[in-house]
Design a protein around this ligand. Structure first.
Ligand code: PLP
Length: 389
């Protein structure tokens, strides 16, 4: 079958590829420890599940408005206003099935052929994939381990050209767990304002923060009108499979995002949105419990990894991933992850699946029990001690 050329520009997510390989091995009876997945290993809190069941029974089973149910748009506006310290009106909120479509819509709505988009590398692979798909030019903003996986802001300034239209930032960051502090965000905001750029700020891990309090670039003076906040329910409320996310946009973009909704998925499932209302009804103790558990796993796993020869691992400040440096093992990221899977039954992601600057690293998800993490790290140690290059 002849497939449109544009499909050649579309990438994928390494996690789904590794998961497929790991499942195949499991089918052959191999015991695999899964540390490749990017979703909390917790159940969605009961109050949210019950709200969905009630909504189904109340008839929230029909199409709804493309941009989302008014009551949830308004609740999200309140939530974003209070968590970011800014005034957000509900008509700036577009609800989507998961947060991912907000990336797609942002790039589709704003980027013309040849426009440049600066994005973090290593970083979430869909940024680069979607920039290429819409005909934009991806311009990687390298994150440096020696800077705690943050960008060099002088370098960022030099990356901006007359063709630059958009900067994507992600804090807390997948895969490194780095967090952009207020002064870094101020510097990025200065560049955006001076060079008239839009910023897509991916804040999906906003709540999964181990120190300090969260600060959004959209809270800075002059930034509300040039920021698109991407956020959602997947991570904070362990709702990955429900598909519920949103964008907070400059007002003039809202009709365009709504039309993209109409043309792609019509609307987000109505009963799922009603469940979202329950999620935002006060801070849930399940979320606090989950974050504490991630913190415990992070501390113990970082310590154990740093005891292994050839590996060094920074302590992430947010999200639920570790991004250890494996250069001292003499293996490339891909060799390391393939051999670890086939020789030791541990599934992790090769760092270069997050972009070329991820080479020399692997991503380990700590969204797995402490017992699994301990067993996996022991297997990594044994694998490296037996490894013949
Ligand atoms: N942004 C980042 C950085 C992510 O890691 C993910 C999911 O892994 C998303 C966005 C997408 O979230 P959702 O599952 O709500 O579409």
């Amino acid at each position: 079958m002849r497939v449109a050329k544009r499909m050649n520009n579309l990438g994928t997510e390494g996690a789904f590829e590794v998961l497929a390989k790991a499942k195949e091995l499991e089918g052959k009876g191999v015991d695999v420890i899964h540390l490749e997945i990017g979703e909390p290993d917790f159940d969605t809190p009961r109050s949210i599940r019950e709200a969905a069941i009630n909504a189904l029974n109340q008839g929230y089973t029909h199409y709804g408005p493309a941009a989302g149910l008014p009551e949830l748009r308004s609740k999200i506006a309140e939530h974003v206003s209070s968590t970011r310290g800014i005034q957000v009106d509900s008509d700036r909120v577009v609800i989507s099935p998961g947060a991912k479509p907000i990336m797609n819509f942002t790039l589709t709505a704003l980027i013309e052929e040849g426009d440049e988009v600066i994005y973090p590398n290593p970083g979430f692979p869909i940024y680069e994939s979607m920039i290429n798909f819409v005909g934009g030019t991806p311009v990687p903003m390298q994150l440096y381990e020696e800077r705690g996986f943050l960008p060099d802001l002088d370098e960022l300034e030099r990356l901006v050209s007359p063709k630059t239209r958009l900067i994507i930032i992600n804090s807390p960051h997948n895969p490194t767990g780095s967090v952009l502090d207020r002064s870094a965000l101020e510097a990025i905001a200065d560049i955006a304002i001076e060079r008239d750029l839009i910023v897509l700020t991916d804040e999906i891990y906003r709540d999964i923060l181990y120190e300090g309090s969260y600060f959004s670039i959209a809270s800075l003076p002059g930034m509300a009108e040039r920021s698109i906040i991407l956020d959602g329910f997947s991570k904070t409320y362990a709702m990955t499979g429900w598909r519920l996310g949103y964008g907070v946009l400059p007002k003039e973009l809202v009709p365009h995002f709504s039309r993209l909704m109409v043309n792609s998925v019509s609307c987000t499932a109505s009963f799922v949105q009603r469940a979202g209302l329950a999620a935002l009804d006060g801070r849930l103790e399940e979320t606090d419990h989950m974050i504490e558990e991630f913190r415990r796993r992070r501390d113990s796993s970082v310590r154990a990894l740093n005891d292994i020869e050839g590996i060094s691992c920074l302590k992430p400040k947010g999200a639920f991933y570790l991004f250890p440096n494996i250069k001292g093992t003499g293996l490339s990221s891909r060799e390391f992850t393939d051999r670890l899977l086939y020789e030791a039954g541990v599934a992790v992601l090769h760092g270069d699946s997050f972009g070329s600057y991820g080479e020399g690293y692997v991503r380990i998800s700590i969204a797995s029990s402490m017992e699994n993490l301990n067993r996996a790290i022991q297997r990594i140690e044994e694998f490296l001690s037996k490894k013949v290059n």
